[in-house]
Design a protein around this ligand. Structure first.
Ligand code: ATP
Ligand code: MG
Length: 350
């Protein structure tokens, strides 16, 4: 069985070398997942996304898991499920959340992951943990570089290459050391066409969508780069991708950041919760890279491999180019486009 050969293929070896426990990939029974999650108890629920709900659970051996219970599954998609999950399970990288297994019984389709004790980046920036301020600057830099490396693996090294399509703060999970693990890659294909959910009209999330993807539904690696740029701005500033200015008007984060960056006011872009404790050069780097990623013109965006290098400070020349010419060009272009803030529409397309 293809599934078995995958388990035995030794793909997880490099994880082991890095001291990470290689989870065993297997099929779970529904009964086992029921007992692990206390019958999918409401108290165990970690949250709900476009594909279903996620529950915390504990297996008989004491290990903690997160179980994603997919919404109603169409018969047509049934065969596809195990095939797709197997493809995703083969993808292993230190910054990608690996699958522990799945369950497909009757109408139920569940995916089992390791539980990430520090939850998502979203919970630290805007949710439960936002007031505790666990994210100092070095952790933020580490999250920026690590998640870019995870995405670079998806775009350039995994077979087949994977476009994430839903890069956002809730899909960057944090392990016990605050190391980032990007989750939900390749998930867009699990949504049956025509399913009704805010994030499914175009498979992605409001505020992070590249304009050409939102308008034409054309997904590509550069759409992920755009979303990653928004995520970087969010990480540096602590602001949401869309900031509510009034009940109906929301301002995209890039529209707020661009003028400040082009006037060199980088300190105003830093999250106030950092209390001024950040490395100036790195903050500037993150913001400049974020803005070129979030360029409205896809051809202007870097590849995610270039993003990794830029964030690590390995492309100093390119960075000053970004500051001196690209930023100015973007500012001019945006100035000609009016108005800046977007009015929210029913489905929230920009
Ligand atoms: N392995 C995990 N460990 C800890 N928390 C998790 C894990 N997987 C998901 N979560 C959290 O559970 C919640 C629900 O996740 P889910 O992926 O269903 O929704 P989402 O990320 O908000 O949206 P989307 O469906 O677009 O990915 C999120 O807050 C997510 O960060
Ligand atoms: Mg998610």
């Amino acid at each position: 069985m293809a599934f078995c050969s995958m388990i035995c293929c030794g793909k997880g070896v490099d994880r082991k070398e890095k001291g990470k426990q290689q989870p065993t990939w297997r099929i779970f029974s529904l009964k086992e997942l029921h007992s692990a999650t206390n019958n999918f108890n409401y108290d165990n629920k970690l949250g709900e996304g476009g594909f279903g709900s996620v529950y915390w659970g504990q297996l008989w051996d004491g290990s903690q898991i997160a179980v994603k219970r997919l919404k109603v599954w169409s018969n047509k998609a049934e065969v596809q499920f195990s095939v797709e999950v197997e493809i995703l399970a083969r993808v292993r990288h230190k910054n990608l959340l690996s699958l522990r297994g799945y369950c497909a019984e009757g109408q139920e389709r569940l995916i089992v992951y390791d539980y990430m004790p520090n939850l998502s980046l979203l919970s630290h920036l805007h949710g439960h943990h936002s007031s505790e301020c666990h994210l100092d600057w070095s952790r933020r830099m580490n999250i920026a570089i690590g998640s870019a490396e995870g995405i670079a693996y998806l775009h350039h090294h995994s077979t087949p290459h994977i476009i994430h399509r839903d890069i956002k703060a809730s899909n960057v999970l944090l392990d016990s050391d605050f190391q980032p693990q990007v989750s939900d890659f390749g998930f867009a294909k699990f949504i049956p066409d025509g399913a009704t959910h805010v994030t499914t009209r175009v498979k992605g999330t409001l505020g992070y969508l590249a304009p050409e993807y939102a308008m034409l539904g054309k997904a590509s690696e550069s759409c992920d780069v755009y979303s990653f740029g928004i995520l970087l701005l969010e990480l540096a500033s602590g602001k949401k991708p869309l900031e509510k200015l009034s009940p109906t008007v929301k301002r995209p984060i890039a529209e707020w950041a661009l003028p400040l960056a082009s006037e060199g006011k980088f300190s105003e872009l830093a999250d106030p919760r950092l209390n001024g404790k950040y490395v100036e050069e790195e903050l500037k780097r993150v913001v400049l890279v974020a803005l070129v990623c979030a360029d409205a013109q896809p051809e202007k965006r870097p590849t995610i491999l270039e993003v990794v290098k830029l964030l690590k400070g390995e492309s100093k020349e390119k960075l000053s180019e970004l500051e001196n010419s690209d930023l100015r060009a973007q500012t001019q272009l945006r100035k000609r486009r009016i108005p800046n803030p977007v009015k929210e529409t029913e489905h929230g397309s920009p």
